[in-house]
Design a protein around this ligand. Structure first.
Ligand SMILES: [Zn+2]
Length: 491
């Protein structure tokens, strides 16, 4: 039979550095990736969704020491907290990779040997301004008043022997690939930033090992060095799907690396260069999203305004958190998180629009004793093409708005038809349209609010559907009205 081979879709989040507990910033990227992964599953694709933790380096060594723990134990605990957070937020990842996983470590060693063997790694001397906070050397031009702008500390001048990766050899090919869209970068403004960076700067070889750092993967031919982040963390994107085992080809190249905007440049240069040096394909697409402030201020430990996503999910439900973060501001741009706005969204859109709709429809339908049948009328308000377009473009907020237009049109339909005054065939016609609309809404909201979708399906007595089921057909559910989907929150 032809046409049964499913299209694959491989999506990743960055792996999160375990020097901090999971916060709302991590949650934002991961929830977005989860919604996109679930959307592709709705389309019937073979989806692989990878997330995980980045666990090596000086900063972890230091943090573990400060906590009176071994680095491994320290990492185990934080990795566990990340997994717990993703469980609380209903994240449907297929693999959670840790850079301390044995398979990953072995693959990194193999990579180092391969790159060394093919002449892309050489020994040199590195001297630079090293910021411990950033865990990297910072260039003169990055410093403000001689201090690291992120940590407000003067970096230490450090000189050490180091192995280097010949990144400079890949300057031209990377430029061409990005320019011609072989490596796609979105949004366009970010792509232009990278292109103009490559036009105005020459990529330099990068130092990939450290003599001083013990908590890392040893350079296989020289155990006085450990490998630095570049030939460790990035590798997760292929080791997480099995590389160097051939089966990684089932999903590689990645269809989408979702990242925060501050790590785009290293992702778009160092990572594809390594892949090309290994004779592997570059990823298809990077999408760099923005960040949000908390009530107008940058989220920081010092300000004490770090928002714990697990606490938020416990208080308001994970679906409400997922909905708000993806709904509130354009994906790709910066935005602001405010608990007040969050509550207003819950009361306005989740309680009054969606929750109320399901309750009204189920109340009408449960009272009605006749056969539920009719002709589609509400289908003209369902704009699936538009929704698909927005999802493909990762305009998640617009995709949600498109679904919400349908939710509102369905609510309005009850009023226009004055459903409460109707009976028999006329009433059956209206209930038919309402139930089919609710069934379709449940499918469409499922990538964003999986729990809510499940609750709606249960009340309608229908199975979870896919995108192909989003058309008006025969309603075959067995209705059982439940409580309200969402509860109003006091401001
Ligand atoms: Zn710094």
């Amino acid at each position: 039979m032809i046409g049964l081979v499913k299209k694959k879709f491989y999506i990743t989040t960055p792996i999160y550095y375990v020097n901090a507990e999971p916060h709302l910033g991590h949650a934002y990227t991961t929830i977005a990736a989860d919604a996109i992964a679930r959307w592709h599953k709705l389309k019937g694709e073979d989806v692989f969704f990878l997330t995980g933790t980045d666990e090596h380096g000086e900063k972890i060594e230091q943090a573990a020491q400060a906590a009176g723990k071994t680095p491994k134990r320290f990492c185990d605990e934080i990795a566990k907290n990340f997994k717990g957070a993703w469980k609380a937020l209903n994240i449907s990842y297929d693999n959670f990779i840790r850079t301390t996983d044995v398979n990953h470590v072995k693959a990194v060693e193999k990579t180092l040997k391969m790159l060394h063997g093919s002449g892309y790694i050489y020994k040199g001397k590195y001297e630079g301004m090293y910021c411990v906070g950033c865990e990297r050397y910072r260039t003169e031009s990055e410093l403000v008043d001689g201090k690291c702008p992120d940590h407000l500390k003067k970096p230490e001048v450090v000189s050490e022997e180091s192995y280097f990766f010949s990144l400079s050899k890949f300057h031209n090919i990377l430029y061409q690939k990005i320019k011609h869209g072989d490596i796609e970068i979105k949004p366009d403004s970010r792509r232009n930033e990278i292109l103009s960076f490559l036009e105005n700067n020459k990529l330099e070889d990068i130092s990939i090992s450290r003599e001083k750092v013990k908590w890392g993967i040893k350079i296989p031919w020289d155990d006085s060095h450990t490998t630095y982040v570049w030939v460790d963390a990035f590798l997760n994107y292929i080791t997480g799907i099995g590389w160097p085992n051939k089966r990684f080809e089932e999903y590689w190249p990645a269809d989408l690396h979702l990242i925060g905007k501050d790590i785009l440049r290293v992702h778009a240069t160092i990572w594809p260069a390594q892949l090309l040096a290994l004779g592997l394909k570059a990823p298809k697409k990077f999408f760099a999203h923005g960040y949000f402030t908390i009530d107008g201020q940058k989220m920081s430990k010092t300000l004490g305004n770090v928002v714990d996503p697990v606490k938020l999910a416990k208080e308001y439900s994970s679906d409400a958190v997922r909905y708000y973060l993806l709904r509130e501001f354009p994906f790709g741009e910066d935005g602001n998180f405010s608990e007040r706005e969050f509550i207003l969204k819950i009361n306005g859109e989740l309680v009054a629009d969606l929750g109320n709709l399901i309750y009204r429809v189920l109340t009408l339908a449960e009272k009605f004793k006749g056969n539920i049948e009719g002709q589609p009328e509400l289908d003209k308000h369902l704009h699936l093409d538009e929704l698909e377009h927005y999802m493909e473009n990762l305009e998640l907020h617009k995709a949600i708005e498109t679904i919400w237009e349908f939710v509102r049109a369905t609510n309005k339909y009850i009023n226009i038809k004055e459903a409460w005054k109707l009976k028999d065939k006329e009433l059956s016609q209206v209930i038919y349209n309402l139930l089919e609309a609710c069934r379709i809404i449940s499918i469409l909201v499922s990538p964003f609010m999986p729990d809510t979708s499940e609750k709606i399906n249960k009340q309608l007595g229908v199975k979870a559907g896919g995108l192909k089921d989003c058309k008006f057909g025969e309603f075959t559910g067995k209705i059982k009205r439940g409580g309200y989907l969402f509860e109003k929150v006091e401001v």
